[in-house]
Ligand binder design. Structure first.
Ligand SMILES: Cc1cc2nc3c(=O)[nH]c(=O)nc-3n(C[C@H](O)[C@H](O)[C@H](O)COP(=O)(O)OP(=O)(O)OC[C@H]3O[C@@H](n4cnc5c(N)ncnc54)[C@H](O)[C@@H]3O)c2cc1C
Length: 372
């Protein structure tokens, strides 16, 4: 039987990987890009082994105690990252060159000072030194998006030119660039090999190169797995007679033996606000697809029960947005259902992260394939 997956973020692609590995055929339905297309390139929240093939296909590298530099000037720990990001943990006590480029979104002097004054750099005696590089070919490149600037380095002559530039500046133990090292090509790896020292990036802005790389690699992986893709927005789910039916707008129902809901949280569009929103009135939350159990908030129902009683957003603060979601069992089965599984940001109350999306996606995909 077939496994239906709704959502094409990290959770959906991990579910598809696991379900295909378990021998199920898979159809994936997804609408607009979600949080995975916006992520900054760091992988947080990993607390279990992940399949090497999946990580490799998505261009992710896990490393215990990894340290990444953010574009806001912070050095922070993570479980891993897009392989274009520089893992500073491997450079403790060394000299890291921060490239100085006159782009409007990059203040090299300030970033180098900020990284150098981080508690990690001071405790490991790691130095960050500014090195000007003539990376701009034309004046408008100071203002183009990081995505466009990264794409420009993939023109056939640019990687070899950049490699020569780095070789001519011998001395640093590593190079730290903005998020510009290509989209389709692994320029960080190519340049590291050419320069003989690690070359990598800081984190990406939302919707920048890291998210774009995820989408490109996801598409190749799903194609190689033979996953059928459908673009559209699911409005309703019906579960009856050992079968799941999805409805997309006015189209005929799509049927399968099990469903993995990987529709994301608020960013992905899986969970929406419901009820009154004006002034101090209470509001609540609901799944954006009809026919499924209600989302919950710290064990309580999260849907408003009347115009007077609901979730008081003002009193409980924004942090509650991370706690709203569908309760599931360990294998991802949605409580109160038999054929519906959930993974990623739509599951509550787990804080959203790439690591949790991948892990829960793998569990849900395997369990759904075993049920279908
Ligand atoms: C700006 C930003 C930065 C982040 N940075 C990090 C980071 O550094 N490290 C980290 O670990 N995590 C980070 N995260 C969190 C991480 O990106 C998410 O936890 C993860 O990507 C969630 O993946 P997901 O598959 O659950 O959901 P999403 O990626 O949101 O995917 C949801 C999918 O469901 C689809 N969908 C939703 N509703 C429907 C419907 N009704 N019909 C059809 N399709 C539907 C959407 O089209 C989308 O494809 C960041 C998040 C954001 C927003």
């Amino acid at each position: 039987m077939k496994v239906l997956i709704v959502g094409a973020g990290f959770a959906g692609v991990a579910a598809a990987f696991a379900a295909r590995r378990a021998g199920a055929s898979v159809t994936m339905v997804a609408g607009a890009p979600g949080a995975s297309a916006l992520y900054c390139g760091a992988v947080d929240g990993v607390d279990a082994e992940l399949p090497h093939e999946l990580l490799q296909a998505l261009g992710l590298r896990l490393a215990k105690g990894a340290q990444v530099a953010t574009r806001e000037g912070v050095v922070r720990g993570s479980s891993g990252a897009d392989s274009a990001l520089l893992n500073l943990a491997l450079l403790a006590g060394k000299r890291v060159a921060v490239v100085d480029v006159p782009r409007d979104d990059w203040d090299g002097p300030l970033l180098a000072r900020s990284f150098a004054s981080s508690s990690w750099a001071r405790s490991t005696e790691t130095r960050f030194e500014l090195v000007p590089l003539p990376l701009l070919e034309k004046g408008h490149q100071r203002r183009v998006s990081a995505y466009d600037f990264a794409a420009g380095f993939e023109r056939p002559e640019r990687p070899a030119w950049l490699a020569e530039l780095l070789k001519a500046h011998a001395g640093p133990d590593a190079w730290l660039f903005g998020p510009w090292l290509g989209l389709k090509r692994s320029l960080a790896a190519e340049l590291s090999q050419a320069a003989g020292v690690p070359v990598g990036e800081v984190t990406s802005p939302p919707g920048g190169p890291a998210g774009a790389r995820f989408e490109l690699r996801r598409d190749s992986l799903l194609a190689s797995l033979g996953v059928e893709r459908v673009t559209g927005r699911v409005t309703d789910v019906e579960v009856a007679s050992g079968e799941v039916a999805l409805r997309l707008g006015g189209q005929a129902a799509m049927r399968g033996g099990a469903l993995v809901l990987a529709t994301g949280g608020f960013v992905g569009g899986g969970i929406a606000l419901s009820g009154a929103l004006s002034g101090a009135e209470p509001a609540g939350f609901e799944l954006s697809i009809r026919g499924l159990p209600p989302v919950r908030l710290q064990g309580e129902p999260a849907q408003p029960v009347s115009s007077l009683f609901g979730v008081d957003l003002a009193a409980r603060g924004r942090a509650l947005l991370e706690h709203v979601g569908l309760p599931t069992s360990r294998d991802g089965r949605v409580s109160g259902t038999s054929l519906v599984f959930a993974a990623g940001d739509v599951v509550g109350p787990v804080p959203p992260s790439v690591g949790q999306a991948l892990q829960s996606g793998l569990r849900a995909g395997a369990a759904a394939a075993g049920t279908a």
